[in-house]
Design a protein around this ligand. Sequence first.
Ligand code: ATP
Length: 514
Amino acid sequence: MATDNPFVDPATSFEEAGRGSSFAIDATLAVGRNASLTLGTDSLIVLDEAFEKRDRSNCCGLWPSGTANTRAIPFYNVLWAELKDSELTLSYASPSAKSVVKAATLKYPIEYQMVELVNKWILRLLDRAYGQSQRKKRAKVLVNPHSGKGSAEKWYYRDVEPLLKAAQCSIDMTKTRHSGEAVEIAERLDIEAYDIVASCSGDGLPHEVFNGLGKRPDAKKALSKIAVVHIPCGSGNAMSCNLNGTDSASLATLAIIKGLPTPLDLISITQGETRTLSFLSQAVGIVAESDLATEHLRWMGAQRFTYGFLVRLLGKTVYPCDIAVKVAIDDKNSIVEHYKREKTNFEPASERRGYKYLLDDDASATSGNEDGLPPLRYGTVNDKLPEGWELVPYDKLGNFYCGNMAYMASDANFFSPALPNDGYMDLVCVNGDISRLTAMNMMFSLESGKLYEMPGVWYRKVLGYRIIPKDQEDGYISIDGERVPFAPFQAEVHRGLGTVLTKSGHMYEAPGPV
Ligand SMILES: Nc1ncnc2c1ncn2[C@@H]1O[C@H](COP(=O)(O)OP(=O)(O)OP(=O)(O)O)[C@@H](O)[C@H]1O
């Protein structure tokens, strides 16, 4: 039956349920004299006369409620259900403000002759609530009390822990005491005891977790078994925007509770004698400097980056470098086609790791017996240039920015064609001597994710590169937002080496180029 009310589940209206198709009978549970619970298409529909008396206000209109005595709880928001001591408890994430959810419960007495029916109904509810997502995830939680403006701990107790508990997740929380501690924790982690490592922080802590897992003798297994997830509590929260589609701590927690394991490309960076992993970005030039050289402007909050960017833009600053790139796709139309194909590719996670079809120079494809990190296909920055690579002078370079995710901040969809596990990095190069108007237009295009298509933006999908800064005494290089020495480095990507949780199981949450 058609209904005008957007909050009434279209497939299973109450009247249909009442008319008694066998589906509706199975789907509807009468609980007590004045309440019923119906499994709809997308929602659990609760009809409870007590709602009318309890909360007439409907929580400022945030809760999708059909009428005063019904509530449609999207299955996505259902956290748990259990029958204990003749009482059915439903836990769910209830919206309490525009981008905040809080754990809430509904309780109904159940008569003993209903027990079997209710238990079956609970199984069906949890199937719909979780789908392919693992239930009762075992979480190692890291909280950086110094993240952002120093609120991570407060937000953890207020927004995160109650939801994880309501979803029956097991929690082992550690507050980090110093920089580098998350590396040590991940390196020593009992990977059989946990499913996820969740950082309540900015992007810095997940960077440390990937690197800790990467240092282990069983790095390959650890990186594929443990999902590294992010609960946004810092000043840079790009990871959560891409994977959870939000920079709200509570919404991110819900996304993680319901998240699907997704292989993530990771990038090996060699610089001097070190090899580190990058999961988010590498920047040389205006972006690195706007971020890292404006620490003293922290009081400006997120605006400090824009301010730093504009100052350098107006000065037409250039950052000369020699760069060699191993290109995979170099024209914008083909990049969009590549993205479109991936949108409709639902192959399982197991098919999204390693380079099945790239046999020419791919050592990582043949490294199946190696337990540690995959060998480097292109060697290190100290080796001679790989075959076919050519160092090209970029004397007018303004911005060298390589991304593995789309959003670099909640309002900056820099790399809209980026994909979690296509095995490529997205590389943006822009000259520093472009007109100020062109540069400003590029900046404005970030919000809509259209930067890649702007004239003057050189956008490529690449497998590796070497970059050697020149004619500059000192400067800024950023790896995942952290400063590293101003020295040559080389990068190569490993397809699906890491693991994260996403909502879709294969895409980022940013709107893509199409
Ligand atoms: N207790 C601590 N004291 C000082 N630094 C810490 C502590 N715990 C973690 N760190 C370090 O803080 C750095 C930044 O952390 P985080 O991931 O929270 O990013 P963030 O707050 O967004 O950072 P920023 O504000 O610098 O962008 C990490 O590199 C981490 O090593």
